[in-house]
Design a protein around this ligand. Structure first.
Ligand code: HGY
Ligand code: MN
Ligand code: MN
Length: 435
């Protein structure tokens, strides 16, 4: 908890926690993590995508490895646990395991980028680890016009070496990510931790309305082609539509008006669209419906609309074997296993493209995340460290062929409305896994 507080002081904006990909406070986080990882008996490296990796155990490319960790970037004015907690729980588990003889290496990964804030592209760090980093992304620019390529170089890293950040799937046993739940399900169920069974899919879009700029004082009110008015119509409809479908989340979180000057009619406006649902077909249908709304609004207003970006991310299922280890570890620690769906995206989504993944959620009192009010309880974090440590030991037993107690758990996508962060009804479709 002290370490979470310490990392929260490394920020681009004093008084807030804002830490975008490869900005100077990321180097300060690396410095602290390196010290703590070394104290826990780990060797530390930084890969070319900016991920910091601490290794416990043999340092050989052929050695099997289990990954754990999460991300160290934040949304602007974010909380102190989103991402960081999973890295620090990983280090604590590594410390607890430093005198245990494991038949594999344990890598704690501090992923450099997960939120997609600086380059409007999430999972940059985890995509590199999974061998899915697209070199075309290096040409993306941030709001200051700095390319991703230049950001990597300025951080002292070599963009050409990013492919070498990828792990060889042949040697990876899997990735177990610990994360604050960011929703109310565990709190409502009275559980300290839970095992994620799937991560809801999401679509991230960017639309542009193009009308006609003009003098605010001399242009009559008719005719006008004000792109911001059209965007405003869409934003209201996005909320209304989002409320009309069970389990759907539809949000416009970003607006940028041009020329964004008080005495000029806005000639062009970009709006983002974030659409999520547990079921991919419902999300796809929602995106199609909202794009139809945008086209209709543009037609009525006499402006043009275009889709600049559409990044769909299907729902991600967790690995039943690794999830079973977490549930078994919970039972061994005296907690009845409990599983739930994640409404938020996580590094595990990108990593799942290459390796088996599982996630352990920590109760989130108040349920408010991407916000300074984000909270966790010390006792729940202790349970998370204990469960992760036990799960690693269970995996060791399984790798050695010692433990045949662990049947794979079936993983089913819950029905809509049970998504964490959905204001879900406790227990409704949120299955307690049999021990
Ligand atoms: O936006 C998300 O779901 C995650 O917090 N990056
Ligand atoms: Mn987040
Ligand atoms: Mn996160």
């Amino acid at each position: 908890m002290d370490r979470c507080a310490r990392l929260a002081t490394h920020t681009e904006a004093p008084g807030r926690i804002t830490r975008r990909y490869l900005t100077p406070p990321v180097a300060a986080v690396h410095e602290d993590l390196t010290r703590w990882m070394r104290d826990a008996g780990m060797r530390v490296r930084v890969d070319a995508a900016g991920n910091l990796v601490g290794r416990l155990g043999a340092d050989h490319p052929e050695v099997p490895v289990l990954l754990t960790g999460s991300h160290i970037d934040t949304v602007p004015n974010g909380g102190r646990y989103d991402g960081v907690l999973g890295v620090l729980v990983g280090i604590a588990a590594a410390e607890a395991l430093s005198r245990v003889d494991l038949p594999f290496a344990l890598d704690v990964v501090a992923f450099s980028e997960e939120e997609g804030v600086r380059y409007a592209k999430p999972y940059l760090g985890s995509a590199a680890v999974a061998g899915r980093f697209d070199p075309g992304w290096l040409d993306r620019t941030d709001e200051q016009g700095v390319t991703l390529r230049d950001a990597v170089t300025r951080f002292g890293l070599d963009p050409a070496a990013i492919p070498a950040a990828a792990y060889d799937p042949q040697h990876v046993l899997g990735f177990i990510e610990t994360h604050v739940e960011q929703g109310p399900v565990l709190e409502q169920a009275g559980r300290p931790v839970g095992v994620v069974n799937a991560i809801a899919g999401q679509s991230r879009l960017l639309l542009r309305f193009v009308g006609e700029a003009g003098h605010a004082g001399t242009s009559p009110m008719h005719p006008r082609r004000d792109a911001l008015v059209s965007a405003a119509h869409l934003i209201a409809e996005v909320q209304e539509y989002g409320r009309s479908i069970a389990g759907l989340r539809a949000t416009v979180g970003h607006v940028s008006a041009h020329p964004n000057v008080r005495n000029v009619i806005p000639g062009a406006v970009e709006v983002s669209l974030d659409v999520r649902h547990a079921m991919d077909d419902v999300r796809d249908a929602a995106v199609a419906a909202l794009l139809d709304h945008a086209t209709r609004i543009a037609g009525e207003d006499g402006v043009a609309v275009e889709v600049l970006e559409n990044q769909p991310q299907p729902a991600t299922e967790m690995d039943s074997g690794l999830s079973g280890l977490l549930s078994q570890a919970m039972a061994d620690a005296g907690h009845r296993p409990f599983d739930l769906l994640s409404g938020a995206g996580h590094d595990a989504v990108a990593v799942a493209a290459a390796f088996p993944v599982a996630m352990l959620f920590v109760r989130h009192p108040g349920g408010r995340s991407h916000h300074p009010d984000e909270r966790v309880e010390l006792a729940d974090v202790a349970v998370a460290v204990d469960v992760l440590t036990r799960a690693v030991r269970l995996l060791a037993g399984r790798v050695r062929g010692e433990d045949a107690r662990l049947p794979p758990l079936p993983v089913d996508l819950p029905m809509p409305g049970t998504m964490s962060g959905a204001g879900a009804i406790p227990g409704a479709g949120v299955g307690a896994t049999p021990a």
